[in-house]
Design a binder for this molecule. Structure first.
Ligand SMILES: *Cc1c(COP(=O)(O)O)cnc(C)c1O
Length: 491
């Protein structure tokens, strides 16, 4: 084939770039203007609302074959997606546990996508910034500079990273080469009965199985019972298991309880266990001046999972795993295939960041975190954490002052469990409170979730929200009582 001949003449090569950048520029200005309005007017909109049928139907449209002008694409996104958010950016969203995002972080995500770099590794600026943000996370927690770490999708993945290093380090064999079936004594991991569900998934994915994770009972404050933990460890040793790792929780999902991390660190040292801390909620309390004492001991962990998309309010997703022993961390994940060999100079001379986790291609998560930390300074994030905790105590005070409301337990940090209590019990009480929760959502007033603590059903308010004000909590209490009366009165 005559290549020169074949490529001669007019070949209409295509690109995804616009034929006219000025149009894109104009539309982009509109997108930014709309985005600013979106956040500026956020407080006046409902926290959440049900989607009408035509909006739902929009998401069943078949694969697009023909082009559409970008303005039309954007208009559809505005009408469907942007109009029906989850609501976690709203000042009165307190369900489950997540951050409320921020505009600077959104700009960071935009710029990261514009630059489009792949953080699997390489010698480029984004890679260095990724490492810098990991270093900042160590600094925030008082973790040694010699530790390693990696930014991942979130806390679940960060926990998996830490627990994988724990497994490989404590297995007594080369698990990477021979697999878990070759482990002589079955490994045992320990955590409280308040552990997040991601640890179960981690145990399953690690091939150890759910039963290898012993749930230790908690005290009245939902903290792990250290004596029961010691007893479980010796029982397991006597029965031929190999106790490998203890997982401390700094901030449980149900109530925000923080295990005694100092006691766990000491116990792990004495029993020769890996000490992992699930700090997805509470690790960052370390930067909050009034409350940092609550997580003392976290700096003694062998590995820590933390979640910048929670209390640093980074747009989803970004979690961070830190590992004290950088060599053990790298040894757990590093693989160098022939197509990813390093070179002494040039692009492939940078660090391969994929050697610290399971992903190969990695997004530029660091930028959104970096920009917001640079803009505000870490002290402000610490004050915001203190502010949320003070708001939780304020809410607890309002609940205690209202005779028809019952507080489950005093808060530790920013999670408050309570219920409307007109003097009934059991399923009827649960049904009433569930109905209150649903009406608060459906009327766009507030979004809470619910949970079971020590066998009882409670409404649950988790204030990880830099937009929440005390008057939002006043409103919550007033509306809960109003709805409670309304529902109890009509049944
Ligand atoms: C949120 C959370 C997780 C999971 O983190 P994701 O970012 O949702 O993956 C794990 N543990 C605790 C205690 C959490 O609160």
């Amino acid at each position: 084939m005559d290549v020169a001949h074949e490529t001669h003449g007019i070949v209409a090569e295509e690109t995804l770039d616009p034929s006219d950048w000025t149009d894109v520029q104009a539309l982009s200005h509109r997108v930014i203007d709309d985005a600013v309005d979106y956040l500026r007017e956020l407080r006046d909109r409902p926290v959440w609302r049900e989607m009408p049928a035509d909006v739902r139907d929009a998401f069943t449209a078949p694969l697009s074959r023909s082009p559409a002008p970008l303005d039309a694409v954007y208009d559809e996104v505005s009408r469907t997606v942007m109009s029906y958010p989850m609501g976690n950016i709203h000042p009165r969203f307190w369900a489950w546990y997540m951050g409320s995002s921020n505009f600077t972080g959104a700009l960071g995500d935009f710029l990261a996508a514009i630059q489009g770099s792949n953080l699997g590794g390489g010698n480029h600026a984004a890679g260095l910034m990724d490492g810098q943000v990991v270093n900042w996370c160590k600094e925030m927690l008082g973790f040694p500079a010699s530790a390693s770490g990696t930014l991942v999708s979130g806390g679940s993945m960060a926990n998996i990273i830490g627990l994988t290093v724990a497994r490989n380090t404590r297995a007594g064999i080369d698990v990477r080469e021979h697999g878990v079936a070759a482990i002589e004594k079955p490994l045992r991991f320990y955590g409280s009965d308040q552990l997040h569900s991601c640890h179960r998934k981690a145990m399953e994915a690690l091939g150890l199985g759910n039963r290898a994770l012993r749930r230790i009972p908690t005290d009245a404050g939902s903290r792990i019972d250290i004596l029961a933990l010691r007893a479980a460890i010796s029982e397991d040793r006597a029965a031929g298991f190999r106790p490998a790792c203890v997982i401390g929780t700094a901030g449980t999902v149900n109530t925000g309880a923080i295990d005694d991390l100092r006691a766990l660190a000491k116990l792990a040292h004495e029993e020769d266990l890996w000490f992992h801390v699930d700090g997805c909620i509470g690790a960052l309390v370390a930067i909050a001046p009034d409350n940092a004492h609550r997580v003392a001991g976290i700096e003694w962990a062998d590995s820590i999972a933390l979640d910048p998309h929670k209390w640093l309010h980074a747009p989803f997703e970004v979690g961070c795993a830190l590992v004290r022993d950088a060599v053990a961390h790298r040894r757990t994940f590093a693989v160098t295939p022939e197509y990813l060999e390093s070179t002494p100079r040039g692009l492939a001379s940078g660090e391969w960041l994929h050697d610290y986790g399971l992903q190969t291609s990695r997004g530029f998560r660091a930028l959104k975190v970096w920009m917001a930390l640079k803009e505000h300074g870490v002290d402000k994030f610490g004050r915001l954490i203190d502010q949320n905790i003070a708001q939780a105590f304020y809410l607890a005070g309002l609940i205690e002052a209202e005779p028809s409301l019952e507080l489950a337990m005093p808060p530790t940090i920013n999670i408050v469990c309570f219920r409307y209590q007109p003097g009934i019990a059991g399923e009827a009480l649960k049904a009433l409170n569930t109905e209150i929760m649903l009406r608060l959502q459906e009327q766009g007033i507030a979004t809470l979730s619910d949970t079971t603590v020590h066998g009882d059903h409670w409404l649950r308010v988790a204030i990880a929200n830099h937009r929440t004000r005390r008057d939002d909590l006043d409103l919550l209490v007033g509306e809960t009582v109003r709805l409670g009366r309304e529902i109890a009165g009509s049944s």
